[in-house]
Each structure stands twice: as C-alpha cells, then as structure tokens.
Design a binder for this molecule. Structure first.
Ligand code: GLA
Length: 729
C-alpha cells in the first residue's frame, strides 16, 4: 500500500511515484499537522519538522500560550475562532450564534482505491492505482465530524483531497465556510502562478512573487469564470518550465471558488482551496453530511512542465469518461461564425455538402434553431424546433446530413430562460430572482432555478426529447451568463446560502443523466467561450470550448494557460474565417490550422464562402489531423517558448509516450527583417535514439536535438507557422 500509518511516530505517509506527503498527529489533543510534501523521502520519523519542541510549544507543555500554538502550527485542517488568526478552513454558526471550531483526530481508515463523491465530479482510480486515507477529526463541543479524505495515486504524482462534514451532535449546525484543502508549509521563496482573463481572453498566465499576507483568486459568479481560474501553483523563484519545485492545486468544481495563499508572520504559507465562502451557508441537520468538492494537488520537481504532464495524465486517465475518452473526435464544422442566427435547412445542407467533400466529419447546428430565436434576445427555454427555419423538421435535416456521410450535432443553453419566451410567460417564477426585485439581465436572459425539481425535470425532458427525436451525436452545452439575484420562490429563507452550490449539483445531475441515457453522445461544454472550462465539467464532457476568440494569435496565450493544466485533447479549437470576428486580424489559413491542431480541431466558418485557396487547404489540414491527432491527444506536452513571455514567437512540442515520434508547433508572430533562422532545442526525446526530421535527410541523435537543437526557418510574412515532425529510427 502506498499509504501507511506509523503508530509509534503517529505519522501518516502517503507516497506517489515520486512524491511523499506526511501528516503528523500531535500532542494529547491529536492536532493534525502538516509535516512535509515534496520529493519522495524514505523516512517517516520526521515529526521534528513540526517544530513542536520550539516555543511556543504544544499545549501540554505550555498551555498559557495555546493561542500562539494554534497561530503557528502547520495544520492539515484548521480551527476557527479559537486562536489561529490565519484564515480558517471551516466556519460554522450554531443555534446560539457561535462560530468556534476546534478539531482533534479521533480515527483513521486506509484502503485501496478511491471513493466516489456523491453528486460531484471527482477523479477515479482502480484499486491498484490509488490508496485512500480517511482521517476523522472531531469537534467535541459541537459534535461535528470532519473527515479529511486523501487519495494518493501510484501512476501519477497526484494527491486528491476532499472533505466531508457530519453533524453528529444534538442540534442543527450551519456551515458558513468549508475549504476542501488546507495545507501549511514553509515559504520556500515562492512565486505564485494564477490564471486570469475575460471573455475572449481566458486563462492568461500570471506569475508573481508571493508576498506577505493573502493572495487569492476566486469567483462569486456562480461559474468558475472567464476572469479567474480555480487553480494556483506555488513555485520557487528559480523554477522554470523544466526544472525546480512546483506545487499545483486545482479544484474539481465549476461554481464559486476561493484559492488562497497566505504568508504569515512566521514566513509560512497557508494554501487553501474550496467553495467561496461569500454568500455560502449550508444547514446540516443532525446526522446529515456535507460533501465538499475535490482538489487535486500535484508536486513536481521537474518544473512547470512536470506539473502540466501530471495533470494531463490525471485528467486523461482518471477524470474524463465515456466513449470518447481515448478516441479521436470527429472533425466538426460549426455554423455559429458562418451564419450566426441567419440559417435554414438549405443553408446548413449546403455547408454540410461542401464540408463533407473536404473531409469534415460532423455538422454542428449552433444557436438559433428553436422557438422564435432569431437573435440573442428571445426564446431560451423554448426547446421546440423552429420549422420555419428547419424546414422539414429536425429529423429530416439530421437524416439528410447523415446521408451526406456526416454526423450531426446541436447547441443548447439548457440552464437559461429569456424573458421573451413561452416558458417565461408560463413560469415567470422559474427564473432565479429575489421576489419583489427585478433581476439583473445579462445577454437579455435569466438563469433557471435548477434547484427546483420541476424545473430540472422540464430542462432534462426538453433536451432529451430533442435528442431522442433524431440521430444527434454531439451536444454543445452552453451557459452564457453569471448568476445574480440569488433568491428563489421555493427556497426556505435559511437555506438561501445553499443555492449556488445546489445549482451546481443540479447541473451535474443533468449532465450525468444525459450521458447515461445517451452513452454514445459527444458532449462539449461551453460558457460564453471558456467561462466554465474546469475539471468539474471535464468529468462530464471530454472537451470544452476554450474561448469564443478563434484568432490564431490570441489563441496562443489562451491555449498556453489552458494547456498548462489541461490535456490538449480537451481544448475546443477551431479554424475560423478572417478578418477574425473578435479582433479583426488576418492570419494565414495555415497558421489557423496549426494552432487549432493543438486542440480538438474543427472549423467555424462558411465553407461555401471562404476564398478558394483556403478551401483548397482543408483536405491537407484534415489529413494532418488524422496523421497527428493520436500523438497530440495522448502524448507528453512540452512548452519550448511562450509568445506571452518573449513577445516574438511561440513553440510547443508533443512527444509520444514511447518517445517514438514528436511534433513541434512553431508560430512566428510578427516577422522580423534581416533575421536568420531561430535555434530551437527539442525536449523529452530519448537521448540515445536516432531521429529523422520529416522533409530532410538528416538523422540526428535525441541528445543532439535536445542539447544543440535545430534551426527553425523563419516563415515568410506576419503570423507564419511551421510544424516539424520527427520520428525515431
Ligand atoms: C456563446 C458560445 C458561442 C456560441 C454563442 C451562441 O457565446 O460561446 O460559441 O455558441 O454562445 O449564442
């Protein structure tokens, strides 16, 4: 077993392939302390690292300074309101209005495998791939049990953590804060990486010095958000892409979150991640359990890239499910940027006919096919086919597309309701709103209160009904606004703080039902582009639309931040028309293809209208996709250079797991006059193996390609790109 308890030392040791994580139980009151997380170590007798023999000492030695002990003890899960003045992991409100929590370890369980988290997305593993420690803590006064769950994987350097809170007392308790992770460690001269953005520029990387005090990212928008991402990494100042220590924390959740690193007066750092406490509360009746979502932690000594590859393997093997988990996805063409709301059966069939000739495999009908939706002001909620546009009905259209030899996919925005819709006229109180107050519009729509059973059932049956009516093989599940005006017509007043989380549980329930009833469906989540690109959604859909920004150059930074933690197989990426609809930039069709190839690959343009020379390139791009997608989907990802950092060019590489082949994608942004080729050093190859560079007669050793490199010729013109393919021989 890769988790062990050493009774004499009172230490739990969790090992992954290359890392160790140690927890100590301290003093008579069994305080749970964090001893170590990092490179694998052999010894377990390292309680001394907890500094319990230094002032202020443990309470049995120095009870007069108990508060000082709480305030510096490196905790695995913290007290609240009794003397640790750093941010707490948990907070409550008792019937009498008290908030104090004081936790001691009372028992533990260690077993093979990993438990599922009821109603929540979570990583999974077979018995041999993972062991789990359940550490039960108790607040005796409250009768509140806190079960810390740690699963240590053996095939990836990942420890997954979650928390369950049980009311074993005699009266109700309201939880007002529940973090899924708390981990205190020494500040090893850390930087912090977080991801930031906006609509059309999601997940840009920010690296900065971790200073004293609290540094946090979060969302209170009811979605993981365009703006900040449920991820943070702490890394040494000198950590690079390829070397140095890095600790990653990623939340397997799609709603409100808080990720925080707090550097204390003693230069220790408290890392916390969980549901955002703002406007959160959860009433726990006697005997009830609250299950907090999971955080997946990676430690790597191989720099940012080492962390990336661990997350990629974790998500590919232990989070993504279903038929397309390990399968190449059909190349799709989506009509959104091609037609927006102006389309009908004939238009769609003309796109499908032309696309199919070029090798494209699936037509996706985007927004505008239902109710009277001819712009984005109406009809969300009215999921009946608009037969004025879809003449002959949906089944006819799908059958015709199938006859052309293509699959068919469809767009929904199931969670929404337009004030101008049949549904709203019938059920105005189905929208989330504070009774008596006009709710805030966003894209002229409201959010449905999915926490109400009848609303959830209506939504499910509307979508499932459409899917049952024709051979639909793909769904794009969109979500185009944040939650506001948190209120409900049926929610009990004292449970209002539960609405955000209950909403997420309802979304997860809907998606779980959908993929259970339609196991062959390819589901792609989307949220105004990438506002809900998170590990939570990845549990239900193997791919997520990365961003509404399809410009090849804007995509470099978006895809860099995304690929830092997500496998390329999950990044929805399409070739679109120019001038680009978001930024007006004109880039070569070839570059658009190369950049989209690093993701799921597809098209988002009117193939009947684009210039002939672009159309002529599509069969070549399709061929490239079929040639390289297995490698891109399953290989190890390396970042060679970042345009965001160097402001000149971008370069990434994917290497097959067996190191038999590699693909390098190079994008020169602005061209430079009077400039020679650029030296690029490859990564991740077998140093002793010979490799052949496609298109050249040269055979070179892996060590030569990695240490001395190759000369990358400068593509002509701005925004040029190249692919270099090397194969072992
Ligand atoms: C969102 C999506 C787009 C498109 C539109 C349709 O913005 O991100 O891809 O589907 O909605 O309204």
């Amino acid at each position: 077993m890769n988790i062990n308890y050493f009774e004499k030392e009172r230490v739990f040791k969790l090992d992954t392939k290359n890392t160790s994580y140690l927890i100590g139980v301290v003093d008579q009151e069994n305080f749970p302390g964090h001893i170590y997380y990092g490179k694998k170590i052999e010894d377990h007798d390292v309680q001394y690292l907890l500094r319990i023999d230094e002032p202020p000492f443990v309470p049995t030695k120095n009870n007069r300074d108990r508060s000082s002990f709480y305030d510096c003890f490196p905790a695995e899960y913290t007290t609240n309101g009794v003397g640790d003045f750093r941010d707490s992991s948990i907070s409550v409100k008792t019937k009498a209005g008290h908030v104090g929590v004081q936790l001691s370890v009372i028992s533990h369980k260690i077993y093979k495998g990993k438990p599922a988290l009821e109603g929540l997305p979570a990583t999974f593993a077979k018995e041999g791939e993972c062991s789990t420690l359940e550490l039960t803590l108790l607040d005796q006064t409250l009768g509140l049990e806190v079960i810390l769950i740690y699963s240590a994987f053996t095939d990836v350097d990942v420890i997954a953590r979650s928390v369950q809170i049980k009311n074993t007392g005699s009266e109700e308790i309201v939880l007002t804060k529940v973090m899924s992770v708390c981990m205190d460690m020494d500040n090893l001269d850390f930087d912090i990486i977080t991801l930031h953005g906006s609509w059309a520029r999601e997940r840009h990387i920010q690296r900065r010095t971790l200073g004293l005090g609290k540094q946090s990212v979060g969302s209170t928008r009811g979605e993981s958000s365009h703006q900040e991402h449920p991820f943070m990494a702490l890394l040494n100042k000198n950590t690079t892409q390829d070397t140095g220590d890095i600790y990653g924390f990623h939340f397997v959740y799609s709603g409100n979150f808080l990720a925080q690193a707090e550097v204390s007066q003693f230069d220790s750092v408290r890392c916390m991640m969980g549901i955002h406490p703002a406007d959160f509360s959860w009433k726990l009746e006697v005997g009830e359990i609250f299950i907090a979502p999971e955080v997946v932690m990676v430690y790597s000594a191989d720099g940012i890239g080492g962390m990336s590859r661990n997350y990629h393997d974790l998500y590919r093997n232990h989070l993504i499910r279903g038929e397309y988990k390990d399968k190449k996805r059909p190349i799709l063409i989506n009509n959104w940027e091609a037609t927006y709301f102006k389309f009908d059966t004939d238009k769609l069939l003309s796109i499908a006919t032309e696309a199919s000739k070029l090798g494209i495999e699936m037509l996706v009908m985007d927004d505008g096919w239902f109710g009277n939706r001819n712009d984005d002001n109406t009809a969300l909620g009215d999921w009946t086919v608009n037969e004025e546009k879809i003449k002959g009905g949906l089944k006819y259209l799908v059958d015709e597309v199938n006859k052309i030899g293509m699959k068919f996919g469809i767009w929904f925005e199931p969670e929404m309701i337009s004030p101008d819709s049949e549904l709203y006229r019938k059920h105005p109180c189905w929208a989330i709103a504070i009774p008596g107050r006009t709710p805030t519009l966003c894209r002229n729509q409201y959010v449905l209160d999915l926490t109400r059973r009848e609303v959830l059932e209506y939504v499910y049956e509307s979508i499932a009904g459409v899917l049952r009516s024709a051979n639909i093989e793909y769904v794009k599940w969109d979500m185009n606004r944040q939650l506001t005006d948190i209120g409900g017509f049926s929610t009990e007043p004292e449970r209002m703080g539960e609405l955000y989380h209950r909403y997420m549980l309802a979304v997860y329930e809907l998606q779980e039902r959908l993929i259970t009833e339609f196991p062959h469906l390819l589901l792609e989540n989307c949220s105004g582009g990438g506002a809900r690109f998170d590990p939570g959604m990845l549990y239900y859909s193997p791919q997520i639309w990365c961003s509404d920004d399809t410009d090849a150059i804007e995509r470099l930074s978006i895809q860099e931040g995304t690929a830092m933690i997500y496998p390329l197989s999950s990044m929805g990426a399409h070739v679109s028309d120019c001038p680009n609809h978001t930024v007006g930039r004109v880039t070569p069709f070839q570059t658009r293809g190369h950049v989209a190839l690093s993701g799921t690959f597809g098209y988002e343009l009117d193939v009947t209208k684009i210039p002939q020379e672009d159309r002529d390139m599509i069969p070549e791009q399709v061929e490239m996709y079929h040639k390289y997608n297995d490698l891109i989907r399953t290989g190890d990802y390396y970042r060679i250079a970042s345009y965001q950092e160097n402001k000149q060019f971008d370069c990434t590489q994917v290497v097959a797991k067996d190191k038999s082949e590699a693909l390098i994608t190079f994008v020169q942004v602005l061209n430079r006059p009077n400039f020679h080729s650029r030296r690029i050093c490859l990564k991740g190859l077998d140093p002793d193996r010979n490799y052949k560079i496609q298109g050249s007669e040269k055979i070179l050793k892996g060590s030569t390609l990695m240490n001395a490199g190759i000369n990358m010729e400068n593509p002509w013109g701005d925004f040029g790109s190249r692919l270099i393919y090397v194969t072992g021989c």
